[in-house]
Design a binder for this molecule. Structure first.
Ligand SMILES: Nc1ncnc2c1ncn2[C@@H]1O[C@H](COP(=O)(O)OP(=O)(O)OP(=O)(O)O)[C@@H](O)[C@H]1O
Length: 235
């Protein structure tokens, strides 16, 4: 579904992505892990067209998407920190985005319902708690039935029940054949929802394997220990 070929990106002298080659298939949840500053967000933003690569290609369903915009309607994005106009009410933000996405007749309002956002519709974005803002971001990411979802630290700031709701939603959408990329530092959570782990270190792919294979290779039953073992071995 997504193929990344020889992707490179630098900011000035800093090489953030160094020749990334990887592909992700439909109906899978892939966790993108790696130390702070290893390039996870930059790679996600390159897929979203928010960062222009220096070289290389990104293909969605076989078609190059670099400098093309139409494909973006197929991707739902939940940023690490959602930024919204402070003065707008939740209702206005949702209506505005729904208006932009008139092409989608059947909006998925499941998360709006499960998170009780309608009861808060008249609150202004600037007055919301961090977690409530995250719920708005999650609801918007899933709302237009995208084939691909990119979720950046999606449960950070969510209370445990709200995090469970989001994890169930991720698994439900995966069963419908969607591709879901999640960046997360919480290994227990990765283990719960992901099928594969791609690890970036210093702008390079250290490994990209299924969780089952990672555990088998390392003979570790806990993913966090298995990953630590791989990273230590390769040092
Ligand atoms: N717009 C930018 N201009 C300059 N440098 C940038 C820019 N965006 C990212 N960087 C740098 O690129 C590197 C990778 O950043 P990126 O946000 O992709 O890392 P990350 O793996 O997502 O980190 P984290 O786990 O902390 O979210 C960092 O050194 C960061 O400072």
């Amino acid at each position: 579904m997504i193929t990344i070929e020889n992707l490179r990106k630098s900011y000035g002298k800093l090489q953030v992505l160094k020749d990334i080659n990887v592909s992700f298939g439909a109906g899978r949840v892939i966790s993108i892990i790696g130390p702070n500053g290893s390039g996870k967000t930059t790679m996600s933003k390159a897929i979203l067209g928010m960062v222009l690569p220096d070289s290389g290609d990104i293909k969605v369903n076989g078609e190059s998407i670099v400098k093309k915009h139409a494909y973006r309607s197929q991707i739902g994005y939940m940023p690490q920190i959602g930024r919204y106009p402070e003065n707008m009410k939740i209702r206005q933000v949702i209506d505005m985005i729904r208006d932009i996405r008139k092409d989608v007749k059947q909006a998925d309002e499941e998360l709006i319902g499960l998170y009780g956002l309608k009861d808060m519709y008249e609150k202004r974005m600037g007055s919301l708690s961090g977690g409530t803002k995250q719920k708005v971001s999650a609801a918007l990411a899933f709302m237009f039935n995208p084939q691909i979802l990119i979720l950046d630290e999606p449960t950070a700031g969510l209370d445990p029940i709200s995090a469970e709701i989001l994890k169930s939603k991720i698994l439900k959408e995966k069963k419908k054949g969607k591709l879901i990329l999640i960046t997360s530092h919480i290994m227990s959570e990765v283990e719960e929802v992901a099928d594969e782990v791609m690890c970036l270190v210093d702008g390079q792919v250290k490994f990209h394997e299924t969780i089952a294979d990672i555990k088998l290779q390392t003979q570790e039953s806990r993913l966090s220990r298995a990953i630590a073992k791989i990273l230590n071995e390769e040092d």
